[in-house]
Design a protein around this ligand. Structure first.
Ligand code: ADP
Ligand code: MG
Length: 349
């Protein structure tokens, strides 16, 4: 009797042993999903793509081609550095007649004008001449303009003087209007690349163009994507925190990267359209999470112009997922303010 029980137990033990061995082998032998990483240059910055488990036949070369084609098109349409871009041709169009836009530019103008309305003109793509005058445009010097020049340029500024017509064209009510789409175009480019990937059957990806990001699906470890936000410090790259997202976009605007110091003052590439001067307040960076990267990008710039109090008020009114990093001018200490919608995305350590 006891022997039968012993035999039984031995059988069970050997079965368990075989099962464990099998598990161990299958764990060693099983590969994770295929991961393709691509880096490149576009729109005057760098881009990175990570694609997980692409469909059969969608190779690294194919993905690179999709991204480069999408990014080249945005550059050809919206660069102020290219004389023959659609935007440069519109900027030279000094007539009241409608100017016909590509569907992509039309969409970017629509998003920019909607955010201008919402932010009371904090985002205003007609600040282009001031952006150039302060040294952040094509062929410009890194030196402040004088007050008279600023006053003159402000006369020919104002997003209200742009009118989008239903059939896909746009009208300038002041022939001297000159537009700069940079505050939204990079985010829009991320959306366009994401769409191209999805059209190719890719459902798990991360797209990053110059720090504006969009993700979908889960990463190779089957987790939501972790996206880092930098500390707003010039000259060093340190992580402030990470958010986790399974679907959506993250854009950040700050006063710490594209800037120069003039007579001890920080001259940032973000211009306050109300004054014609670079923003001068203690808001160091703004991060926005939004389904669309174009909107996230546009909101981030608008909120940076508004400054901490008004930015928080608008973020609360629109229920936006936002983090503001505020710099104490005396001590340099950084503090964060977040909305509840942002808090739910913060990655727990
Ligand atoms: P980045 O992601 O490179 O920090 P942003 O998205 O913040 O850039 O956009 C900043 C760019 O937008 C500037 O370089 C300038 O070309 C343009 N810009 C600056 N101020 C404004 C403004 N108030 N409204 C719209 N565009 C602006
Ligand atoms: Mg922006």
């Amino acid at each position: 009797m006891t022997e039968r029980i012993m035999n039984h137990r031995r059988q069970w033990l050997s079965l368990l042993f075989l099962l464990l061995l099998g598990l161990l082998f299958s764990a060693c032998g099983s590969k994770g999903p295929e991961v393709i990483r691509i880096r490149g240059e576009a729109l005057g910055t760098f881009y990175t793509l990570t694609v997980v488990a692409p469909p059969e036949g969608v190779t690294e070369e194919r993905i690179r081609e999709l991204a480069d084609t999408a990014l080249d098109r945005i550059n050809t349409l919206m660069s102020t550095y290219k004389e023959d871009s659609e935007l440069s041709r519109f900027n030279r169009h000094a007539e009241p007649s409608p100017f016909s836009l590509s569907p992509e530019s039309y969409e970017v103008f629509s998003i920019a004008l909607a955010i201008s309305e919402e932010s009371g003109g904090a985002l205003d793509i007609t600040v282009g001449p001031l952006v150039n005058a302060w040294g952040f445009g094509p062929g410009s010097r890194r030196e402040p303009p004088d007050e008279e020049e600023i006053r003159q340029l402000l006369l020919h500024q104002g997003y209200e003087k742009l009118r989008l017509l239903e059939e896909g064209s746009i009208v300038k009510e002041d022939p001297l209007l000159y537009c700069d789409l940079s505050a939204v175009a990079k985010g829009y480019a991320v959306d366009v690349v994401a769409r191209a990937l999805e059209d190719a059957g890719i459902s798990r990806y991360m797209v990053d163009v110059g720090g504006e990001m969009r993700v979908a699906g889960r990463n190779a470890r089957k987790e939501p994507w972790g996206l880092g936000i930098e500390k707003p410090l010039t000259g060093v790259r340190e992580l402030e925190m990470a958010v986790q997202l399974e679907e959506g976009s993250l854009a950040t605007s700050g006063d710490y990267r594209n800037m120069y110091i003039h007579e001890g003052k920080r001259i940032s590439h973000t211009i306050d359209p109300a004054t014609g001067h670079p923003v001068q307040h203690d808001l160091a960076s703004v991060s926005v999470i939004h389904p669309s990267c174009a909107w996230a990008d546009g909101y981030a710039t608008a909120l940076l112009v508004l400054g901490p109090e008004k930015a928080l008020a608008l973020a609360q009114e629109k229920k936006l997922a936002v983090m503001l990093i505020i710099r104490d001018e005396d001590t340099g200490a950084l503090s964060r303010v977040t909305t509840p919608q942002f808090d739910t995305c913060i990655r727990k350590p």
